[in-house]
Design a protein around this ligand. Structure first.
Ligand SMILES: [Zn+2]
Length: 401
């Protein structure tokens, strides 16, 4: 017998995709959802009813103003529904926030790294603040996601090159996070992933990458350069989670020394320290490098010659790196995060021109380059990581003990 579109299994299998459509804003009404899922109106009604019962979405039956024809129920995420805890470790400290569905971060908080900043001490401090925040909020917390500035090898979730945190290579960051969470009495799913990967995912779902089929994301927040590729909504991880190390693309064979052992990698030629060096400035270790780099960008905008030349130099290096990656991956959009989005704003024509001139595909048809839109892409991405089990199977994630 042919399965019908109203079968319970079909409805249940569609809960995750339906929730994803509301989560990303792609289905603002039930009629849009019905069309996107390819189900009957009755099934769509059952699906939205189930998601509403789980307090994941709200269904507003009042007709939207100004619409013609049959009014459709409006769908939105339920702001009083479950939340997740998003956490991010970066070279200057760590941050946490609660997050609702829909990519909304609720009151991000920033903390300095503990001393000593060993993996155990840092993860313990993150989990302690997370547990405090979760306990103080009346909403049910259903997961914890952590973004870290290091490649994370899968499936073991091992930090393989945490050079900007000074952690030993091979730190089992996933296992440590689980241990610390259990010790703190947090009984919820926890997961950890590379910060650039997570930022790309957040930008794809809620920011400048929406609608891109092959989204290339390149960013630098402190020191070093990260990258990620989102294909058809999914992160391209490579065979072991380590794909898209765009920071190790050589853009100057005689360039600055890279922590990886090579010279002239994008990692050290297109990050905040590279701009400071090009501008003849000594980095102040007591202040965030991104702030210091932005001061150079402001000087360039004010017309100072040395700063202007430094911005052009680093922009050209970044353009070379992006062009090399475009040739291999053929993305339909490039989104730049943090320092790189500021660099794009400072020299938009120059970066676009270098990328077009240096990429084989860029010359025939330009790849749009956009600045990231989210305030804290990495933290927002950590929330996406925490939502993963819920988006995959809401019923199991929220009703299993
Ligand atoms: Zn390198």
């Amino acid at each position: 017998m042919q399965p019908t579109h109203t079968s319970p299994d079909r409805g249940r299998a569609a809960l995750g995709p339906a929730l994803s459509l509301v989560h990303t804003g792609a289905a603002p009404t039930r009629s849009v959802l019905t069309g996107a899922l390819g189900v009957t109106r009755a099934t769509a009604g059952a699906i939205t009813g189930e998601l509403q019962a789980l307090r994941l979405i709200t269904v507003d039956a009042r007709p939207a103003g100004g619409t013609r024809g049959r009014p459709s129920h409006r769908l939105a995420v339920d702001p009083s529904g479950p939340v997740v805890l998003a956490a991010q470790i970066h070279a200057d400290g760590f941050s946490i926030a609660l997050a609702t569905l829909g990519g909304v971060l609720d009151g991000p908080e920033d903390f300095p790294l503990p001393d000593p900043a060993t993996p155990e001490h840092v993860l313990r401090a993150v989990v302690a603040e997370a547990a405090r925040r979760i306990a103080a909020d009346p909403r049910r917390c259903v997961g914890l996601g952590l973004a870290v500035p290091t490649p994370v090898a899968l499936p073991e979730r091992i930090a393989v090159a945490a050079m900007y945190l000074d952690w030993p290579s091979g730190t089992p960051v996933g296992e440590l996070l689980e241990q610390e969470s259990a010790a703190a009495g947090l009984h919820l799913p926890v997961d950890v992933a590379n910060d650039a990967n997570l930022a790309a995912l957040a930008e794809h779902r809620h920011g400048a990458g929406r609608g891109a089929k092959h989204l290339l994301y390149v960013t630098s927040g402190h020191a070093g350069v990260g990258g990620a590729l989102v294909v058809d909504g999914r992160l391209h991880t490579g065979s072991a989670g380590l794909a898209l190390e765009v920071g190790q693309v050589t853009v100057d064979p005689d360039g600055r020394r890279c922590p990886c052992g090579n010279r002239g990698c994008l990692d050290v030629e297109a990050d905040p320290p590279a701009l400071l060096a090009a501008a003849g400035r000594e980095p102040d270790p007591a202040r965030p490098l991104l702030d210091q780099a932005c001061e150079v960008l402001a000087e360039a905008a004010a017309g100072r010659t040395r700063a202007r030349a430094a911005v052009e130099h680093v922009t050209d290096r970044l353009g070379l790196g992006i062009a090399a990656v475009i040739n291999i991956l053929n993305p339909d959009r490039v989104v730049l995060g943090a320092f790189h989005s500021s660099l794009l704003a400072a020299a938009p024509d120059r970066l676009t021109r270098v990328v077009a001139e240096r990429s084989y595909w860029g010359r025939s048809g330009r790849v749009p380059i956009a600045a990231a839109e989210l305030d804290r892409s990495e933290l927002a991405g950590a929330a996406e990581l925490a939502w993963t089990p819920v988006l995959a199977d809401p019923l199991t994630a929220l009703t299993s003990p």
